[in-house]
Ligand binder design. Structure first.
Ligand code: IMO
Ligand code: MG
Length: 431
């Protein structure tokens, strides 16, 4: 199989969790390398739903599951997730390992995420309010970041925390005019309590991954968020604060790029977006509402209704380029079952010129008029298809055409949300 990075090609919620679940079966280790509990990944086996936010989806296969150095971890959320997963009967703690270098999300990060969004008014990003942006901002400030490993030295942690909290309180009161300040002593006690629970999971995770690779085992690197939410390659400033794209796996897991054998891009057969920012193929109409209902497009992390629209190949071409995609895993294909015509966006018109790849600047994207190619629908349920050849001819044509226009073969298709509703190609579908 080789070691694989699995990433989202669109604006998130493509179904990365269940794709990871398939490839995790043959891997020894699954690693999250960026983001935090802004992610919401789901694996469904029969009637059992597993909701993952921080913990790699590999936990469902009971594989060693690493929270890599590139993540930002809210220990309170992590403990809740552990408890929730344990309640389903999974064993969690023995399989969970946390990088010493991963940064922590602190209570003031959550507060500042909300204060900043409120202050931005109409210009807000529409974040998940999980403190992701403020935590990464502090990481890169160098002066204000706190790492999981800092908990191992209580005196060091306390001294830094006191200085940082004094600064945060000044920002909260003087900049935002709020009186909801924080007490360093209370945070210290709270976080030492978390350390008592998770301290035993802290490891040299990069060393663990290197050892697994040396033994010839395969590793799955699980991307969260998505290409179009990438801090560099996404629709800046309407992005998350990390590097979800494939290159981020090397940095955020502590491996060299040579450790990665393949990159799989997860593509939802249509497009959704939650939060603000440009979305050229959005359908703010009854069709968009219908896709939302059929696809249950409500956030697993925030419950917000997602914006829905047709598939955008300008987005996928950008994803193919910046991630070096080897394969596409096409998910939610069954959601298109009832549509007679299925438009896919094959290019944009911007200022009278034809554009094939998603532009760099949001102000350019705002001028984009999508150019559609209308593909014929299949108008029959595909939920029970377990083989590519069993799919209706127009569903196969849809996949071939998408593959052809993006220039990347399809390796996997999902036709329902349950684990078994998956077609893994023996040979990738190519042009
Ligand atoms: P998964 O892994 C969909 C979006 C937020 C917001 C922007 C910034 O489930 O696909 P943040 O809280 O990260 O600062 O918010 O990014 N966003 C996601 N949208 N799926 C996700 O993750 C997302 N992670 C972040 O809605 O627009
Ligand atoms: Mg999600």
């Amino acid at each position: 199989m080789g070691s694989i990075v699995i990433i989202g090609t669109q604006w998130g919620d493509e179904g990365k969790g269940r794709v990871v679940d398939v490839y995790a079966a043959n891997a020894s280790t699954v690693v999250r390398y960026q983001g935090g509990d802004n992610a919401g990944h789901t694996v469904k086996i029969g009637e059992q739903h597993y909701a993952l936010h921080l913990i790699p989806s590999g936990i469902v296969r009971q594989k060693p599951s690493i929270l890599g150095n590139g993540m930002v971890i809210n220990p309170k959320s992590l403990l809740k997730e552990i408890t929730d997963l344990e309640a389903t009967g999974l064993e969690v703690r023995p399989y969970l390992f946390i990088a010493e270098e991963a940064h922590m999300i602190m209570p003031y990060h959550l507060a500042l995420d909300g204060l900043s969004e409120r202050a931005m008014g109409d210009g807000k990003i529409g974040t998940t309010l999980k403190g992701i942006g403020p935590a990464y901002t502090d990481k890169f400030s160098r002066t204000h970041g706190l790492r999981i490993g800092d908990l191992r030295n209580a005196a060091y942690f306390r001294a830094r925390l006191e200085a940082i909290v004094a600064d945060k309180n000044a920002i909260i009161t003087k900049l935002y005019g709020s009186t909801d300040t924080f007490d360093a002593g209370a945070i210290f006690d709270e976080y030492l309590g978390y350390y008592a629970e998770i301290g035993g999971m802290i490891r040299d995770t990069a060393g663990m991954i290197a050892a697994a690779l040396r033994r010839g085992e395969d590793v799955v690197f699980e991307g969260a968020n998505a290409t179009m939410l990438d801090i560099d390659h996404g629709t800046y400033p309407f992005v998350t604060c990390s590097t979800p794209t494939a290159g981020g796996a090397a940095v955020g897991a502590g491996v060299g790029p040579t450790a990665i054998d393949h990159v799989i891009g997860v593509v939802k057969a249509y497009t959704s977006r939650v939060g603000a920012g440009p979305f050229p193929t959005e359908l703010p109409d009854a069709t968009g509402d219908r896709i939302r209902e059929l696809g249950h497009e409500y956030g697993t992390t925030t419950g917000r209704p997602r914006r829905c629209g047709w598939l955008d190949l300008c987005v996928l071409r950008k994803a193919a380029r910046v991630n070096g995609l080897d394969y596409l895993a096409v998910t939610h294909l069954d959601i298109l079952d009832e549509f007679a015509d299925i438009p896919v966006c094959v290019g944009y018109e911007i200022d009278g010129a034809r554009v094939d790849v998603f532009p760099a600047n949001v102000w350019e994207v705002e001028k984009a008029t999508p150019i559609y190619e209308v593909l014929p629908g299949w108008r029959q349920p595909i939920a029970d298809c377990r083989d590519f050849d069993a799919l209706p001819v127009n569903a196969r044509r849809y996949l071939h055409r998408v593959s052809e226009l993006v220039g990347v073969p399809v390796c996997m298709i999902t036709v329902g949300s349950e684990r078994s509703q998956t077609i893994v190609m023996r040979e990738a579908v190519t042009r």
